[in-house]
Design a protein around this ligand. Structure first.
Ligand SMILES: Cc1cc2nc3c(=O)[nH]c(=O)nc-3n(C[C@H](O)[C@H](O)[C@H](O)COP(=O)(O)O)c2cc1C
Length: 267
């Protein structure tokens, strides 16, 4: 059985998740969503099983993922699943969003939708978990992912988990996010500790960072994945004052190089 998993990731939770599912499924193409920003038109995968793996942003999908899913023609695909990683809530409304876009586009929704609680990385709002808390979240996520993968291997069809409360919140919060997300990088700044290594630019899935006079400059088509902030080896990138003292996060099973490759430019 031929499989394709499309993924988007900022700090590696969704990439680690997609990689594990791909390894269990066998014949599987792991395809980054980011390079599709540079193309237009329908995307018609020829696989028997197609998956979409990405984080939850503001109770919904990252902007780039929502646009990508709207281009997916899955009318000929027998089994379609989604696995969303998230840090606290809004995963059900985000799954409903994937399902809704697919139904509109392809006349078919998800065969099954899943979510995995992982360390939250929204460093504009809170410090990511560290130590035991982080380890516990990751090991619990692994156990859940094993169950999810077993389901996907059997092509289980399941009703989508739904929550009216989260959907109402989604209706309130998500449009606010979508209309502001690309310019949220106005909050970002770089300190003198920057060594001009260029990792921030190379990991940015939106290609939103340019090095000008060896320092990062954000170009206001940000996805707000926070990858530049978390992955800077010097912690030189801040989003306001409070991030100065806060820890950073990268999924421990994913390397900087893995995250550079996800842009697809280097493949
Ligand atoms: C801009 C932004 C918004 C987020 N919004 C939510 C949210 O609404 N609900 C939630 O549970 N987690 C939220 N998160 C946390 C991420 O969904 C979570 O950490 C995810 O696993 C990150 O995946 P990644 O490492 O693949 O980027 C948000 C993170 C970011 C960067």
């Amino acid at each position: 059985m031929k499989n394709t998993i499309y993924f988007f990731t900022g700090t590696g939770n969704s990439l680690a998740t997609a990689k594990k599912i791909a390894a269990s499924l066998g014949d599987c193409d792991l395809v980054p969503i980011a390079p599709y920003q540079k193309t237009s038109g329908d995307i018609v995968p020829s696989s028997d099983r197609v998956g979409i793996v990405c984080p939850v942003y503001f109770t919904g999908l990252p902007a780039m993922v929502a646009s990508f899913v709207a281009r997916l023609d899955l009318t000929g695909v027998p089994y379609v699943f989604s696995v969303l990683t998230y840090g606290g809530g809004g995963e059900k409304s985000a799954l409903s969003q994937v399902d809704g876009i697919l139904r509109k586009r392809s006349g078919r929704g998800l065969s099954a939708g899943y979510s995995v609680l992982m360390p939250g990385n929204y460093v504009l709002m809170y410090e990511p978990p560290t130590g035991e808390k982080k380890e516990m979240l990751l090991s619990t996520a692994d156990v859940k992912l094993q169950r999810i993968t077993d389901d996907i291997l059997q092509c289980k069809e399941l009703p989508l988990p739904r929550s009216l409360l989260w959907w109402l919140l989604h209706i309130l919060v998500y449009p606010w996010f979508i209309t502001r997300v690309h310019t949220k990088d106005r909050k970002f700044s770089v300190s003198d500790t920057c060594t001009s290594c260029g990792i921030c630019a190379s990991v940015c899935p939106a290609g939103n960072i340019e090095l000008v006079e060896k320092k990062p400059v954000w170009k206001h088509h940000c996805e707000l994945c926070c990858g530049c902030i978390h992955l800077c080896p010097e912690r030189a990138i801040q989003a306001g004052k409070k991030t100065t003292g806060w820890g950073r996060y990268r999924n421990p099973e994913v390397t900087i190089q893995d995250l550079q490759l996800k842009r697809g430019n280097e493949q």
